[in-house]
Ligand binder design. Structure first.
Ligand SMILES: Cc1cc2nc3c(=O)[nH]c(=O)nc-3n(C[C@H](O)[C@H](O)[C@H](O)COP(=O)(O)OP(=O)(O)OC[C@H]3O[C@@H](n4cnc5c(N)ncnc54)[C@H](O)[C@@H]3O)c2cc1C
Length: 447
């Protein structure tokens, strides 16, 4: 029991573990909460939320700590730290899994793949399921099985008044709607129950890099390829600069590339056949494609995102990828101040695209998502890298719907306008009304 009469560990400035506990993946974030409640059980979370309400502190929840904008923390409020809540319970017969909010993608994949099952998650295994799912969740299964949020059967959460409730189709259905893509601000989720699908354990994964001077032509080809591609194919292409690493020919180091990645969520031999055209576009810089365990495919990008580097990511939703838009993507990639930065093209549609825009709070489900990732190593380079990401996204404005993926949010400096466009007008109003209803005093900061 702490001095505050509190069962959970409550860290305050000056406590030994305070600084290490408030560190997030993104080195850009340096927030100083008044207290961090390290929770192990739902009862701890109830305690923490009640403590915050009684002491007039705003609350943010922390899951995997990989939110790009750093909204898991706050300045001067209480952080409900859920990162130690890591229980996973797979019901292989029912094809469901229940997972606590400290679980990472890699941990959930490992548990479900032990039964040849998976739920759609993101593409980097160290990130948390909590922020991912609450913000939507796009990954290698999105065209076959939808967003992570589309696969949640129920949530358990602690609301602003300290109640532990279930949100599902049949209980608190409004909350269930809002938690699927509506982001933070409706409560602290203590468990996610996911629908699972048969997958793998072996899958075919394409990962091939071509010289950047062919980027325009190859992105045009990708359009053609996608017009015929089955839902099993979920691709991601990105533009970047070849790392100075032994995996790549020395003469290519530092030069622009276009990478084509895609997972085939089905039979491995069929995956080889369907994805072959992506690998037959001429001499590649490197081709890492092949069949591999799904859990390995889920980690191919992990090494690109070390903890504590500096990150600023923005995005734009597009319904068409015009020649002029492609030309701008290519030019901005070549101008990036950091060799670690990328410009990404996510191809949506499939199962994800068929869900009604108002069925969940997520909102826009565009044909393309452009992600602009400024990733750099030295704090001093922040201004140039942030300016580059902003200029790239600004330059795409004529082609964009005005919406974006709110898990790739910059530091949320656009405020309401971007959120309204991304959720859609009616969803946005409904989400605001829902927040007012379940948290009239605004205890939980909305992301
Ligand atoms: C390296 C990297 C790769 C990524 N790749 C993808 C990808 O492939 N696809 C994709 O869709 N996204 C991707 N993302 C975005 C990622 O989904 C978000 O950053 C997500 O917020 C991370 O979740 P977290 O639990 O780790 O974050 P946290 O920083 O812990 O939380 C993020 C937000 O969610 C809130 N939150 C966290 N837990 C809870 C909870 N239990 N209850 C209520 N609110 C909560 C926080 O308050 C905060 O606002 C990636 C991010 C990174 C850093």
């Amino acid at each position: 029991m702490t001095d505050d009469g509190f069962i959970t560990t409550l860290l305050k400035p000056g406590d030994e573990a305070y600084d290490e506990t408030r560190a997030l993946w993104n080195g850009m974030i340096d927030k100083r909460p008044a207290a961090i409640a390290q929770c192990s059980t739902s009862a701890d979370v109830i305690d923490a939320v009640n403590y915050a309400r009684e002491n007039g502190l705003r609350v943010t929840a922390r899951g995997g700590g990989h939110g790009v904008a750093g909204n898991a923390l706050n300045d001067g409020g209480l952080v409900v730290d859920l990162s130690a809540m890591k229980a996973i319970d797979v019901d292989a017969a029912a094809k469901t899994a229940r997972a606590e909010p400290g679980v990472t993608l890699g941990e959930l994949d490992a548990a479900t793949q032990a039964h040849g099952l998976a739920t759609p998650l993101g593409v980097v295994s160290q990130t948390g399921i909590a922020g991912l799912t609450l913000g939507g969740g796009i990954g290698w299964l999105r065209r076959k099985h939808g967003l992570s949020a589309d696969n949640v059967i129920s949530f358990e959460l602690v609301t602003a008044d300290g109640r532990h409730v279930t949100a599902s189709d049949s209980e608190n259905a409004d909350l269930y709607w809002g938690l699927r893509g509506g982001g933070a601000g409706l409560g602290a989720v203590t468990s996610f129950e996911y629908r699972l699908h048969d997958l793998g354990p072996e899958v075919m994964f394409a990962f091939v890099l071509y010289p950047g001077e062919r980027a325009h032509e190859i992105l045009r080809f990708q359009e053609e390829f996608m017009s015929e591609a089955p839902d099993e194919v979920s691709p991601l292409s990105f533009l970047g600069r070849v790392p100075h690493a032994d995996d790549f020919p020395a003469e290519s180091h530092g030069t622009p590339y276009i990478a084509l990645l895609a997972l085939y969520a089905g039979d491995v031999a069929e995956g080889h056949r369907v994805l072959a055209p992506l690998r037959e576009l001429g001499e590649p810089i490197a081709d890492f494609s092949g069949s591999m365990p799904y859990t390995a495919a889920q980690t191919v990008l992990d090494a690109d995102y070390p903890d504590g580097w500096f990150y600023y990511w923005k995005s734009a939703n597009l319904e068409r990828l015009d020649d002029e838009a492609i030309a701008r993507l290519v030019a901005h990639n070549e101008a990036a101040p950091s060799h670690h930065s990328t410009v990404d093209v996510w191809y949506h549609g499939g199962a994800m695209g068929r869900v009604d825009r108002e069925a969940t709070a997520f909102g826009e489900r565009p044909a393309y998502l452009i992600g602009v990732e400024a990733n750099w190593e030295e704090r001093a380079d922040a201004d140039a890298n942030i300016a580059w990401a902003r200029a790239t996204v600004d330059d795409l404005a004529p082609f964009s719907t005005g919406g974006a993926y709110l898990n790739f949010p910059g530091l949320f400096e656009e405020g309401e306008q971007l959120k309204r466009a991304s959720h859609g007008d009616r969803n946005y109003e409904r989400l605001k009304a829902l927040r007012r209803e379940c948290d009239p005093r605004g205890l939980f900061a909305a992301s």
